[in-house]
Design a protein around this ligand. Structure first.
Ligand code: DQQ
Length: 495
């Protein structure tokens, strides 16, 4: 599996479609896999939703609830779920097309269980000169009374508008003049958020980039500004930050891509909830998992805050995950000088939710946590006051011979907060770590492949001591009733 697709909330269910090759555990002829959840924690697998057809593979896209039946595709008062996705055709010349990619529509009137491809496809044909023209993300824009589609096109994004999801007209482009963004833009997501400090509404454009990510390979940046129904206008202070930093990143780790958010989450909920693919195109096809490759991150909330540096997203795991917590293990305050083993519950080193607090050290001290096992494999994560960066280090964390690019191993993220206290939340899950620092201001997602589970955790410091102010470790329960349960599907193609 790769990108999450078609994230929509409808009738009590969060839908997660995703790029899926049912034939092999490497990227290949792509369908839309499908899972649903009522709580963002437990997921149920459903049959494949969209399969390749004569127009090509079913590449990334989005789903909306067409509440007013603007498309006319609903029936008996049931609003249709409408998917817009990219058909990617490898044999496009033989098929009489000038380019491989165009935008297609499919709809469902049975809660996303079965899908009908629209007879009038493609609804947005390739303009003829764009090889990379894909990943439609659609939302209703109330102020201009139209559907707006964000679409990736080469090294920038474009916006299209529609009254009915079937007829699309070009609105504008964004990103051509942004410096330092040489890779391919993919999977844009445009949505409004209320700024917590000021109450104003700002627009966020989340934008995947491959290559050009902050620690190499693919990565996800974002932009903050205004959207007037035609154009996305970048906030000037944010533009300056993009120029200065070479990008403002949603996640600084190596393993988070194609992040998109759920549409149609009830307004009363008030959350913008997103999920990403936990991998990097640098090595995604080679990771040493068995029978499968690819996983999603945990679902995360995106909050827009006004900081001293301007508008920034704060990213945190959804609160529903707290329901998986086992008995808390409190860790007392301590001065850390060298390694200090932490007594945690069995299993907690490799499957846990950890909340840890430190004083910012007075000198250039490097400190954090070491997860390790009896084979001498270890994964490190922490903060280095000499560089002002969070870091992760997976150089000794197990198998890395499968890819030269995976083996680079040490990744860093500049700390955004200037607070005297350093707050870390780490979610460990066997072969992944998701770090949310300083209330979600700096985020890193990393994968690693130890030959046996990490079963020890230590605090460590180098170059001086650091005051650990204490913390809590929760072992996390499994979400699956039986280990390793898998759904087997027989692949086929639509006519
Ligand atoms: N993956 C999809 C494309 C998208 C890319 C193909 C991003 O639609 O641009 O699997 O990971």
């Amino acid at each position: 599996m790769n990108d999450p697709n078609g994230l929509v909330y409808f009738d009590g269910e969060y839908h997660l479609f995703y790029q899926y090759n049912p034939q092999a555990a490497v990227w290949g002829p792509i369908s839309w896999g499908h899972a649903v959840s009522r709580d963002l924690v437990h997921w149920e697998n459903l049959p494949i939703a969209l399969r390749p057809d004569k127009w090509g593979q079913a590449w990334s896209g989005s789903v909306v609830v067409d509440w007013s039946n603007s498309s006319g595709l609903g029936s008996n008062g049931t609003p249709p779920l409408v998917a817009l996705y990219t058909a990617h055709n490898r044999e496009f010349k033989a098929a009489g097309l000038t380019q491989p990619e165009g935008q297609h529509l499919a709809y469902s009137i049975d809660r996303g269980r079965t899908w009908v491809k629209y007879a009038g496809n493609p609804v947005l044909p390739n303009p003829g000169d764009e090889r990379n023209f894909r990943d439609p993300k659609v939302a209703w824009h109330a102020a201009s009374h139209q559907w707006v589609m964000a679409l990736a096109e080469g090294d920038h994004s474009v916006f299209y508008g529609s009254p009915d999801l079937k007829n699309w007209r070009y609105l504008s482009a964004f990103g051509r003049s942004i410096g330092g963004h040489g890779g391919a833009w993919e999977c844009p997501d445009l949505f409004p958020l209320t700024v917590r400090e000021t109450g104003e509404t700002k627009w966020v454009l989340v934008q995947s980039l491959n290559a050009g990510g902050p620690n190499g390979g693919s990565g996800v940046q974002y932009f903050v500004g205004d959207f007037d129904g035609t154009r996305f206008i970048l906030d000037p202070q944010f533009a300056a930050a993009v120029r200065k930093l070479g990008g403002v990143w949603l996640d600084w780790g190596r393993d988070n891509y194609a992040v998109v958010s759920w549409s149609d989450v009830p307004a009363a909920d008030g959350r913008r909830i997103a999920i990403g693919w936990m991998a990097n195109w640098d090595y995604a096809a080679k990771v040493p998992t068995e029978r499968w490759r690819g996983a999603m991150t945990l679902p995360r909330t995106l909050d827009l805050r006004k900081t001293a540096d301007g508008y920034r997203l704060f990213v945190n795991p959804v609160k529903e995950l707290d329901t998986l917590r086992g008995a808390p293990h409190a860790m007392p305050a301590h001065v850390v000088d060298g390694p200090l083993a932490l007594p945690v519950a069995p299993g907690a080193a490799s499957q846990s939710d950890m909340l840890l607090h430190f004083d910012r050290p007075a000198g250039p001290v490097r400190f954090g946590l070491i997860f390790s096992n009896a084979r001498g494999e270890e994964f490190r994560v922490g903060y280095d006051d000499a560089t002002g960066c969070y870091f992760s280090d997976r150089r000794k964390a197990g198998d890395r011979a499968f890819s030269d690019r995976f083996a680079i191993g040490v990744h860093s993220a500049p700390r955004a907060s200037t607070a005297d206290r350093i707050d870390l939340r780490l979610l460990m899950d066997a072969s992944s770590m998701e770090m949310f620092a300083d209330g979600g201001q700096t985020v890193m997602t990393e994968t690693f492949f130890p030959s046996q589970p990490f079963d020890r955790v230590s605090l460590f410091s180098e170059g001086g001591s650091v005051r650990f102010r204490g913390g809590i470790v929760y072992p996390m329960h499994r979400i699956w009733p039986t280990p390793g349960r898998q759904q087997v599907e027989v692949p086929s193609h639509d006519a």
